[in-house]
Design a binder for this molecule. Structure first.
Ligand SMILES: *[C@@H]1O[C@H](CO)[C@@H](O)[C@H](O)[C@H]1NC(C)=O
Length: 326
């Protein structure tokens, strides 16, 4: 009886892209999680990881702070979950924990060696953490390199070129923010990104799919997300270009800002036969007759086609709930 008047007092939801299902905070470590923070016994993520047996399912809570340097998460067999401190777990906007490093791929020797956070483990989840590569314009510089069956919810990834290297495996990104200019979502993994914001900070392609054979099940699907960028980028952002010849990308039910070029897609790999789809998008950048290299979509791509049938089991309630959200 008391509930109804209370509900009427709540403001109407302002954004369908980033539904605020709740404003639940997470300001202290969830039960059983190891604390990492500037004033904790373990001051860096790397120090925290060293304290956790690799074959035991475990979690780490990152207290507010800027954590400088690289972190490699490899050779762990059990699920590891990293939670950042936040006053609002529903998306990235109230994140307070930032992993940051400044290193380019040519300087580091490889793409993965440039990554601020390199995760190559079978099962991994991360909530409400920012990951930044501060190198800027000019060379490839990865913020997050991800290999495995992974969930990222409420993360903010930023660099200029090659921000997110979804290297291999099956990965879900929800209610997140990805920033970059050139090929800033790329790789061979099968990726579903939903209820997120992609911000272009320079002219270039958003995606560069590394799918290399016609039978490769990999997809990059951007669903129910917002594509935006600075005013001076009007018409200068491509949705994708084929890093490998059988690149496969879908943008569906997104709001495409006016930064998206009329041609939509551009060339990269020689003799590429990419599958570049768009379906049910809105906004000034949504596809028209001038699109190049695109393939007509028959309908929406389903999440099971991209993440596999058992995806809900590994995605967890928060990320799965976000996918289900309007
Ligand atoms: C992380 O791994 C890369 C190689 O992929 C290496 O160059 C780098 O030194 C490692 N960083 C740390 C902090 O262990």
């Amino acid at each position: 009886m008391l509930l109804l008047p209370l509900l009427l007092l709540l403001p109407p939801t302002s954004s369908t892209l980033l539904p605020r299902q709740s404003t639940k905070s997470r300001l202290t470590p969830p039960p059983g999680c190891l604390s990492v923070g500037p004033t904790q016994a373990h001051k860096t993520l790397t120090a925290g990881l060293a304290a956790l047996p690799p074959s035991r399912q475990s979690c780490i809570f990152l207290h507010p702070g800027t954590y400088a340097g690289q972190t490699n998460i490899t050779s762990r067999t059990a699920l590891l979950t990293i939670y950042g401190s936040t006053s609002d777990t529903s998306d990235f906007r109230a994140n307070t924990a930032t992993l940051t490093n400044t290193l380019s791929s040519p300087d580091a020797g490889s793409l993965i060696a440039s990554a601020t956070l390199h995760v190559d483990v079978p099962h991994f989840a991360m909530y409400n953490v920012n990951v930044r590569n501060g190198y800027g314009k000019g060379k490839q510089a990865v913020a997050l390199s991800a290999t495995g069956t992974h969930v990222y919810h409420g993360v903010a990834l930023s660099s200029y070129q090659d921000t997110l290297y979804a290297r291999a495996g099956t990965q879900l990104y929800t209610s997140s923010h990805i920033t970059g200019a050139v090929d800033y979502i790329f790789g061979m993994a099968s990726v579903w990104i939903s209820h997120s914001v992609l911000t272009s900070t320079g002219s270039g392609a958003i995606t560069a799919s590394g799918r290399s054979t016609p039978s490769d099940p990999a997809w990059i699907v951007i669903s129910k997300s917002k594509i935006e960028g600075k005013e001076d980028l009007k018409g200068r952002v491509l949705l994708g270009r084929p890093w490998r010849v059988h690149a496969r990308v879908m943008f569906q039910e997104c709001v495409l800002g006016d930064v998206v070029s009329k041609s939509g897609w551009g060339p990269m790999a020689k003799d590429a036969k990419p599958l570049f789809y768009e379906y049910a998008n809105t906004g000034p950048g949504a596809g028209g007759k001038e699109r190049k290299m695109s393939t007509a979509a028959k309908g929406l791509v389903g999440v099971e086609e991209v993440l596999g049938r058992g995806w809900r089991e590994w995605a967890g309630d928060v990320a799965a709930g976000s996918v289900d959200g309007k």
